[in-house]
Design a protein around this ligand. Structure first.
Ligand code: OOG
Ligand code: NI
Length: 461
């Protein structure tokens, strides 16, 4: 088939994201309620805060906001991880970043599969936080063997999706009708299965070791465990959730409330118990939950160091992890610590704390042929020839992710694994390297500067 008859990976990803959202709405009705709340709040923000709406119009995020989602899955073996990477590649999603969760008591390490170019992100920012279970961190050899044996037997991909992945790799793309089949077949991997692969007693053994181990090992596939819409005001969501019958977790993860949001703020609600058919008895399992996120500026290494330092200082002052009992104090401490982080885009730019996108303004374009005009970036900004907005953060935060994991595993599930980051082992399982998110932001910023210079017929960078 000639290449021009292939559907673009971006379009397959957009289709898949929509299909996944539909499926999850049917599986977890509370997710539908959450989408309504997010849509109401986003509308409110757009009308009541015209500056926010204007910034989103500059960056084009206004067009992707309604369909923006991230999901999360946990796989059990290297083979599953490597194949999921090939499946995501069909949709233009590449592994970005390495997250070690073992230091937070969760026996997994993870990456985020997502599009990497701003034009692709604009079409569909759909991303999936993907974790690999680390059986090597389990100290009970019998249980480890039991888990390995069960995982070795399961097949999480349909034969047809495997064929289509191979076909796409061989031919360089998929036709429209193959892409449609691919989306439907790929969905099966992420579906909830009520039938467990183990007996009630085996489930209990796995569960007693760590709830997450039971969640990965006892089921036929890596069910999507949450799907997260993006809000423009997470504080309003946190306050509005109970009235909709959705109990939020104690604290919002990430940075505090700011005029100019940075990185990522997240809150979630606990999953309901779901009925499970073990091979010998009926039972239940809490697997799936809901989460909401608010995205802000991507930070440079310098900005990120400042963020990490202020967050560490907050936790140290709190004397532990934030929970129901100390939530109020945590919020106050977080706010006080982050007073040091400038809440002003110009300052953030001048101090090199965040990445930005640059745009030629009408004024700048009108002055294109004038002899006398500023030629440095700063001069052009001061003269109103160039406008800038923060580049949005497309990734995740390890401390926040651990908080999300913990709030859904129950506070009783504090296990110690020490710090066991092992990026090499993760990449060996994945059969490729994960990309460096900071390099991606820097490239995106650079492209926007170049486009801006070209539009103004200048050479400032
Ligand atoms: C993933 C938790 C991490 C996030 O938004 O930080 C995550 C999981 O529970 O599998 O999704
Ligand atoms: Ni999440």
């Amino acid at each position: 088939m000639p290449a021009h008859d292939f559907v673009s990976p971006d379009s397959i990803r957009a289709q898949f994201s929509a299909a996944m959202s539909l499926m999850y709405k049917q599986e977890v009705p509370l997710y539908g309620t959450l989408l309504e709340l997010v849509s109401e709040i986003n509308q409110q923000v757009m009308t009541q805060q015209p500056k926010v709406a204007e910034a989103l119009r500059w960056t084009g995020e206004i067009e992707r906001l309604d369909q923006e989602r991230h999901g999360a899955i946990r796989v059990g073996t290297a083979e599953e991880l490597a194949t999921i990477a090939r499946l995501f590649a069909v949709m233009g999603m590449e592994p970005v970043g390495y997250y070690d969760l073992s230091s937070a008591g969760v026996p997994v390490h993870s990456t985020a599969f997502r599009a990497v170019h701003e034009q692709s992100l604009h079409i569909s920012p759909f991303r999936v936080f993907t974790s690999l279970l680390r059986l090597e961190l389990i100290d009970n050899p019998q249980l480890r063997e039991l888990a390995q044996g069960i995982l070795a037997k399961r097949k999480i991909f349909t034969p047809r999706v495997r064929e289509l992945i191979a076909q796409c790799e061989r031919d360089g793309g998929l036709s429209a009708s193959d892409a449609e089949t691919f989306v439907q077949e790929a969905l099966h991997t992420f579906r909830w299965h009520q039938d467990a692969t183990v007996t009630a007693e085996q489930y209990q053994q796995l569960h007693d070791q760590h709830r997450l181990i039971a969640d990965v090992v006892a089921f036929k596939g890596p069910h999507i465990n949450h799907l997260t819409p993006r809000t423009l005001d997470i504080d309003a969501i946190q306050v509005g959730m109970p009235a909709k019958g959705i109990p939020p977790k104690a604290v919002v993860e990430g940075p505090p409330t700011r005029r100019h949001p940075i990185l990522l703020r997240q809150t979630s609600f606990k999953a309901l118990q779901e009925k499970v058919a073990f091979s010998d008895a009926q039972g239940s399992h809490t697997a799936r939950f809901g989460e909401i996120e608010q995205r802000g500026a991507a930070l440079t290494p310098k900005g990120r160091q400042l963020y990490d330092r202020l967050l560490d200082a907050t936790r140290e002052a709190l004397g532990g992890a934030p929970a129901e009992a100390n939530a109020e104090r945590y919020r106050a401490l977080l706010k006080a610590q982050f007073a040091e982080f400038p809440d002003d885009l110009a300052q953030m730019r001048e101090q090199g704390l965040a990445y930005f996108r640059y745009f030629a303004t009408e004024k700048g374009l009108a002055a294109r042929d004038q002899q006398e005009r500023p030629t440095t970036l700063q001069g052009l900004i001061d003269a109103g020839h160039v406008h800038f907005e923060a580049l949005v953060y497309e990734d995740f935060l390890p401390v926040s992710a651990a908080g999300i994991f913990q709030s859904n595993l129950g506070d009783d599930a504090q296990t110690e694994y020490g710090s066991n980051a092992n990026r090499d082992a993760f990449e060996a399982a994945l059969q490729m390297k994960v990309q460096d998110e900071l390099a991606l932001y820097a490239q995106s910023e650079q492209r926007s500067l170049q486009a801006c210079a070209q539009a103004l017929n200048l050479d400032f960078k």
